[in-house]
Design a protein around this ligand. Structure first.
Ligand SMILES: Nc1ncnc2c1ncn2[C@@H]1O[C@H](COP(=O)(O)OP(=O)(O)OP(=O)(O)O)[C@@H](O)[C@H]1O
Length: 243
């Protein structure tokens, strides 16, 4: 559904993303994972056509984002730091975007219910907590009923109950056949959310493929269980030894 080849992006002297290939398949939850500054947001922005690659290219359903016939019903995005007009209520915000996405007022109410904001829909967004803004952002991304969702750090600001809710919601969306791409620097949390992993460090792919296969490929730590943090450290060490 999404394919990127030799994708690179420079910011001045900084190579934020360095020649990565991405293959994202239908019905999967894919984690774009790595430490702060590893190039996750830059990758997502290029996948969405919001940022021009320095080299390489991305296609969604075989065409660049700009050439999609109906972008809002193909891809929905929630990016970290998304701006909201503080004076609009949650409901007004969604109704405003609903026009562009071709969504009905009923769809707006459905989504408010789905993200748990029905009770707060009449409140100004400026009074929302970070977690509530995340929920509103996800509802906005879902307005066009898109087949692909791209979410940057969607659990940022959510409490434990909210994180559980998010995990279940993303799983349900994937079960419906949607593809979910989610960026996160919280490896242990992402481990409980994703099927596939694009693990990056300094803009370079350390691993791309199934989460289970990755965990199986590294030796278990002494007295502990295999986990994504451990796998990340093992891959980083392997790369350093090889360099
Ligand atoms: N607009 C920009 N101008 C200059 N440098 C940038 C810009 N955007 C990103 N960078 C740099 O590119 C690199 C990758 O940044 P990016 O935001 O993609 O990382 P990230 O993995 O999403 O980080 P985080 O987990 O902190 O959100 C960093 O070195 C960052 O400083």
């Amino acid at each position: 559904m999404i394919m990127a080849r030799k994708l690179s992006r420079d910011f001045g002297d900084v190579r934020a993303v360095d020649g990565i290939d991405v293959d994202v398949h239908r019905g999967r939850i894919v984690g774009v994972l790595g430490p702060n500054g590893s190039g996750k947001s830059t990758t997502l922005r290029m996948l969405l056509g919001l940022l021009e690659p320095s080299s390489g290219g991305v296609t969604i359903h075989g065409v660049p984002y700009a050439e999609l016939e109906s972008p809002l019903t193909t891809v929905g995005a929630s990016l970290d730091g998304q701006a909201f007009a503080a004076s609009r209520t949650g409901r007004q915000h969604l109704r405003c975007w609903a026009g562009l996405a071709g969504a009905s007022p009923e769809r707006v109410e459905e989504l408010l219910e789905l993200v748990g904001l029905s009770g707060a829909a009449g409140r100004r967004v400026g009074t929302y907590s970070l977690g509530m803004k995340q929920r509103l952002s996800l509802a906005t991304a879902l307005l066009g009923d898109p087949q692909i969702l791209v979410l940057d750090e969607p659990s940022n600001g959510l409490d434990p109950e909210g994180i559980l809710w998010l995990r279940r919601t993303l799983r349900d969306l994937a079960r419906e056949g949607r593809t979910v791409v989610v960026a996160s620097h919280l490896l242990s949390e992402a481990q409980r959310m994703v099927d596939d992993v694009l693990l990056i460090r300094d803009g370079v792919v350390l691993y791309q493929g199934g989460l289970a296969e990755l965990l199986d490929s590294v030796p278990a730590p002494e007295g502990g269980e295999r986990d994504l943090e451990h796998a990340y450290l093992a891959l980083t060490r392997q790369r350093e030894v090889a360099a």
